[in-house]
Write a protein that binds this ligand. Structure first.
Ligand code: SF4
Length: 396
C-alpha cells in the first residue's frame, strides 16, 4: 500500500508519519497563477522559505512532494499573450523550490509540463473528473503518471477497466462528497477561480451549502457518498489499486496523522466522520453564523437555514456497526445505472450506522420548508470573513 498525504506545511507531520507508507505529500500556495483545488481562505499561508524548508524535510525522509496546479478553469487567462511564459515561469519556480511532481486537471497544462519537463511526474487530478476508461487513456497518452479517482471511487467496473488497461490508479479515500453531486462542477470551478491571483474575493463556497442541504434532506446520503473506509482498502487492492490519497490540507497535524494511521492499519474504531473531510454540516453552519452577524439582506432566510442544520450538529457514523462485506456489496452493484431510492442498500446500512442525536435516520424528520440557498449567496462574496472566522473555517 502507498499513501499520498496532504500536507499543512508543518514539518512535524513528516516526522510523525515516517514509519507509515506515505510516499508522497501534496499541497501548494493558497493562491497562484492557475489556482488549485482549495479556496485560499481555508489553507495555511506559507512563505517561499517555509515552502522550500518543508520540502527539504520531506526529501530528507525520502518522500516526494507534488504541487497542486489542479484548477479546472483558467478563467480564459490561457488566451492572454503572456500566459504561456507566466505558466512556464511558475512551474520552473516550483521546481526550483524542490517540487518533485505536479497534479493537474487541464490537458493543456499537462501538455506544457510534459513538453518542458518530460521527466517530472504529473498526476491527473480528481478535478479532471475522470469517469471512463477512455477519458483516463487520453490523460495517460498525454503523460499522466497516475489518474486520481474521486467521483468514480465506488464504480468498480471503471476501476477494474482502468487496471486492466494498465492505467495506474490512485483513489482519494476520505472526502464525503455525495455521489453524483449536481453541485460538483460549480464547486470545482469556484475553488479553481477563487484561488487564482487577483480573483474576486469570496469567503465561502456556496455549493457546500447546497450539498449540506441535500444531507439535511436525506442523511442516508452520508453512507452512499464516495468515501472509502480503512477496512475496505482490500477490495480496491483486489481490483488492482494500491495507491490511496488522503485529503486535508486545511487540517491539523494531529488529524492528518490520525487519518494516515487509520488507513495504514486498515481499521478505525469510532465515528467514521472523525477521519473524513466532512464538510456538509460544520462549514455551512459556520458560514451561516458569520452571515447572520453581517449585513445580510435576508436575515430570516439565514435563520431558517441555521435551524435546518441544527439537528445534524450531532451526527456520527459508527464505523464498527457496518455489515460485513459492505464495500463488496457495492462493488457488485451497478450503482451508476440505478437510483439509490429504488436500491435502498445504503439507506439500510445508514439505519444501522448513522446516528443523529443518538437516533437512527428513520427517526429523523427533515425540516418541512427550507428557503432556497441562493437567497443567502450574496453574503458569501466580497470582503473575506473576519480573521477569527477564517481560522475556524480552516479547521472544517
Ligand atoms: S445504488 Fe444502492 S448500493 Fe449503490 S450507492 Fe445507491 S443505494 Fe448504495
Amino acid at each position: 500500500m502507498e499513501l499520498v498525504l496532504a500536507t499543512n506545511f508543518d514539518d512535524r507531520l513528516v516526522e510523525r508519519v515516517r514509519e507509515l507508507p506515505v510516499t508522497t505529500f501534496f499541497g501548494g500556495f493558497p493562491t497562484s497563477l492557475t489556482g488549485g483545488g482549495r479556496p485560499p481562505y481555508i489553507l495555511p499561508s506559507v512563505t517561499e522559505d517555509r515552502f522550500a524548508e518543508h520540502l527539504e524535510v520531506i526529501h530528507r525522509r525520502d518522500r516526494r512532494f507534488f504541487a497542486t496546479l489542479n484548477t479546472n478553469d483558467l478563467g480564459l487567462k490561457e488566451y492572454e499573450p503572456d500566459f504561456l511564459d507566466r505558466f512556464r515561469a511558475e512551474a520552473n519556480y516550483l521546481l526550483d523550490l524542490g517540487v518533485d511532481g505536479f497534479v493537474v486537471a487541464i490537458p493543456l497544462l499537462l501538455e506544457i509540463l510534459r513538453s518542458d519537463h518530460p521527466h517530472v511526474p504529473v498526476s491527473a487530478s480528481t478535478f479532471a473528473r475522470l469517469r471512463t476508461v477512455n477519458q483516463a487513456m487520453y490523460f495517460r497518452r498525454m503523460g499522466a503518471e497516475h489518474v486520481i479517482l474521486e467521483e468514480g471511487n465506488r464504480d468498480f467496473q471503471l476501476i477494474r477497466g482502468l487496471t486492466k488497461a494498465k492505467v495506474p490508479v490512485e483513489v482519494l479515500v476520505n472526502q464525503t462528497c455525495i455521489r453524483d453531486c449536481p453541485y460538483r462542477a460549480h464547486h470545482l470551478n469556484t475553488s479553481s477561480l477563487c484561488s487564482q491571483e487577483g480573483s474576486s474575493p469570496i469567503w465561502f463556497e456556496h455549493p457546500i451549502l447546497q450539498c449540506g442541504l441535500e444531507v439535511i434532506r436525506d442523511p442516508t446520503k452520508l453512507v452512499s457518498s464516495i468515501w472509502v473506509r480503512p477496512e475496505d482498502l482490500a477490495v480496491y487492492e483486489e481490483a488492482g489499486v494500491h495507491r490511496f490519497k488522503i485529503s486535508g490540507r486545511n487540517r491539523s497535524t494531529d488529524w492528518l496523522v490520525k487519518v494516515a494511521q487509520a488507513y495504514t492499519s486498515r481499521k478505525y474504531e469510532g465515528n467514521l466522520l472523525d477521519i473524513l473531510s466532512f464538510v456538509q454540516v460544520k462549514a455551512p453552519s459556520q458560514a451561516l453564523e458569520v452571515a447572520a452577524r453581517g449585513p445580510s439582506p435576508t436575515p430570516k432566510d439565514v435563520e431558517a437555514l441555521q435551524k435546518a442544520f441544527r439537528p445534524l450538529q450531532d451526527v456520527r457514523i459508527d464505523n464498527q456497526a457496518f455489515p460485513p462485506g459492505f464495500m463488496r456489496r457495492i462493488a457488485e452493484t451497478d450503482c451508476e445505472h440505478l437510483s439509490c431510492e429504488s436500491c435502498r442498500y445504503c439507506a439500510s446500512v445508514a439505519e444501522k450506522v448513522v446516528r443523529i442525536g443518538g437516533a437512527p435516520p428513520s427517526r429523523y424528520h427533515p425540516p418541512a420548508a427550507v428557503p432556497p440557498s441562493f437567497r443567502v449567496l450574496p453574503s458569501f462574496g466580497g470582503a473575506p470573513a473576519p480573521a477569527k472566522d477564517r481560522l475556524e473555517m480552516r479547521a472544517r
